[in-house]
Design a protein around this ligand. Sequence first.
Ligand code: ASP
Ligand code: MG
Length: 438
Amino acid sequence: MIVMKFGGTSVGDAKMIRNTASVVLRMKDRKPVVVVSAVSGITNQLIELAKSAPEKMAEIYEAIKLRHIGIMKELGTTSGLLDNDLMGLKACADRIAGEGLNKETLDEMQSFGERMSTKIVAFEISRHGLKADAVNSFEIGLLTDENFGNAEPLEEAYALLGKHIRAMDSVPVVTGFLGKTRKGEITTLGRGGSDYSAAIVGAAIDAEEIQIWTDVNGIMSTDPKMVASAKTIESISFAEAAELAYFGAKVLHPKTIKPAMAKNIPVKVLNTFEPENKGTTIAKDPSNGKSIVKAIAYKKSSTLIIIQSTRMLGAYGFLSRLFRVFEKYRKSVDVISTSEVSVSLTIDSDENLESILEELESIADIKVLEGRTVISIVGEGMKSTPGISARTFSAIARQKVNIEMISQGASEINLTFVVDGSSTETAVKALHKEFFGE
Ligand code: ASP
Ligand code: MG
C-alpha cells in the first residue's frame, strides 16, 4: 500500500482534479490510499467566513459554494454530491453568526474544505474506472488531543485508522488536515497539515511509501523564487528534511517527517504538474552522500530576543525559568545560542509576544529585534567535513552582511544564523553560489 497526498493546487480546478485522478490510476497496482487538501484557497476563505460580520457571510458562503459547484459541473456531475456538506457549512456559519466564534467552531468551519474536496476527487477517480470512496479521517479513527487549530493525534489513532482503511475494498480518499477529540469535536492539525495527515495514515497502514504530490519538483537546494538556478535534491535523509522543513522549505509540513521516520517509510515529494519528474526521496539512508551541503533554507519575519543577566553567572535554574515562560505561552523557540551571561533566541510569530516579554523582563534584561531572517545550511556531510563554517561566513562577509547570531545543532547537520531581513536575498544568493556554484 502507498499513500498519495495531493495538495490544494493539485485539486485546485477541474482540470487538475482530472490530472490527479490519472496520477492515482497509474499507481493502482500499488494499492493507493489517497489523502487530499481542500481546493486551493478554500481554507483561507472558510476562516474568512468564520471571522466575518454576519451580514458579509452570505456572500463568502456563495463564493465557496460556486467554486465547488463550478468544478463539479466541469467534471460533468450535477448530482447532490456536496449537498450535505454545503448544508452543514451553512448551518455552521449561522451558528457562528448567532453565538459568536470560538476555537471549536473555527476548526469545524475549516473542516468543510477537505470534506468537499475528497468527495469530488473520489468521484473523479471512480469515473476513471477505479472504485474510490471519500472518507472523513475524523470518522475512521483519527483521534486527537484538544489543542484546536494545532491538534496532535492520540496514540490509539494509528491502530484505529489502520484497521478501518485496510478493511476498505475501494480506494480510500481521506480528508487531510482533520481529526476529532474524544468528545467528538472536529480538530485541525495546523495550517498545511494535510502532509502530516498523509504521514499519520502512512504510519497507520505501514505504507510502503508516502507520496506528497505538490506543485514543484520536490525539495529544492534553495527557494527557486529567489535563486533561479536552485535545483531539485534527489535524495535526502529524514534528519536533513526535518531541518529543512522546519527552517523554511515550504514544500513539506515539518511534522510530516516524524511518523514516517518512526516506521522507516520513505517519503517522496513529487510534482502533479510534471508527474514524470523524479522529485525528492526522503529516506533513512539517502543514496547520494556526495554533496556536503544539501540545501539552504531561510525563514523570514523572525523575532530575535536577546536576554542578558549577570544573575546567570554560575547560577543554576536560570535557563529553566526562562524557558518556562515560552512553555507557558506554547511558543516554540527556533534557534538558541547561549553564553555565560546571555541567551539569544528566535521565535517565528509575534503571538503573545507582549506577555512573554513582560515576564522575561522580570527575570533579565531584554532586547528585541524584529524582522530578522534565520538562514540554515543543511547537510549530513557537514559533520565530517572541515571548513564549512569558514566558507559560509566568508561568503557572507564578502557581501558585507552582518551576522547577529550563530548556532549549530548538536547533530552538526545544520549551521544556522540570523541576519537582518533586508539582507536575506544577498545572503542566500551568496551561499548558493558558494556551495552549488551558481
Ligand atoms: N487545507 C489546509 C490548509 O490550507 C491543509 C492543507 O492544505 O494541508 O492549511
Ligand atoms: Mg501544503
